[in-house]
Design a protein around this ligand. Sequence first.
Ligand SMILES: Cc1cc2nc3c(=O)[nH]c(=O)nc-3n(C[C@H](O)[C@H](O)[C@H](O)COP(=O)(O)O)c2cc1C
Length: 319
Amino acid sequence: MRTRLTDLLGVEHPVMLAGMGGVAYSALTAAVCEAGGFGCLGASTMSTGQLRDEIALTRSATARPFGVDLLTAFADTLVAQTEIALEGGARALVAGLGVPSRVVDLCHRHDVLVVSLCGKVEHARRAIDAGCDLVVAQGTEAGGHTGAVATMVLVPLVVDAVDGRVPVVAAGGVADGRGLAAALALGADGVWVGTRFIATPEARALPGYHERILAAAEDATVVSRAFTGKTMRVLRNATTERYEKDPSALRPFPEQLGVALGEGTFHLGGDETTTGVDPEREGYPAGQVVGAIDEVVPAARIVADMVREAEAILARLGA
Ligand SMILES: Cc1cc2nc3c(=O)[nH]c(=O)nc-3n(C[C@H](O)[C@H](O)[C@H](O)COP(=O)(O)O)c2cc1C
């Protein structure tokens, strides 16, 4: 399925794997690349050494273009991690939690695209002014750090504001071909998919994560500051409820992250062998679309089904 996005990224399908911290490591990234999508390493939970290793593993598993996702808010490591991504041959540097203005020129000197995650029209305007090559309009439905505006409202607003200068990618609540077709109908050039890819055998996952995702209904998530101090959509549990009852106990970002690590309620970056994870207390980022996920499915099948289904829908609507 060809769009402006596939041309820019050099991939077959307009499906991007969200660079989910703690989840999108080399196995998942390479699987999405090999399926014709654009895989993106979630590097926010990686040390510099780990990022180097994960890039090497990705490159040994696929020759296709891939991206690296960082968090602008972690200003101390942004430049160092970006340099590793550039050395490693990433095609795109993706940044959440703020426009990555400090690294735009550096990336462009290496012919690497810069992508910014935006939860508001104003963020998209700032991203373009800073020279970003692509914006992801991420609705509040999304898992992980998220804003307050829904995907259905945000995407067309960002498309209008961007006015064709760069491609726009829709994120938040996309799990199948209906979501991809809807995103294209809203004027987006592709989709950025997170939560659906957690329930894959290739995803890195803490104990209890898959089980909780499969069991969750669409109203099982909540936007909470409990795990980092910033608004993050996670599966509701005893920890989110405790802070909901007593928000005065919350510390600002990033202090609350230290509190969560100390309390043993946030192990993102660990894997299925991590000990001390209590699902009733753990911060499991997830979007509202968990309600539509009831099976662990290989990443390649998710990409193939999504594209096939979207093409059928668009053909039917066109007819
Ligand atoms: C487990 C998880 C971790 C995430 N970590 C990051 C991150 O480190 N950096 C980032 O830019 N976005 C992160 N996000 C947000 C995703 O990039 C993406 O915007 C979101 O998952 C899309 O919505 P969906 O979950 O409904 O597909 C994360 C999301 C999840 C579910």
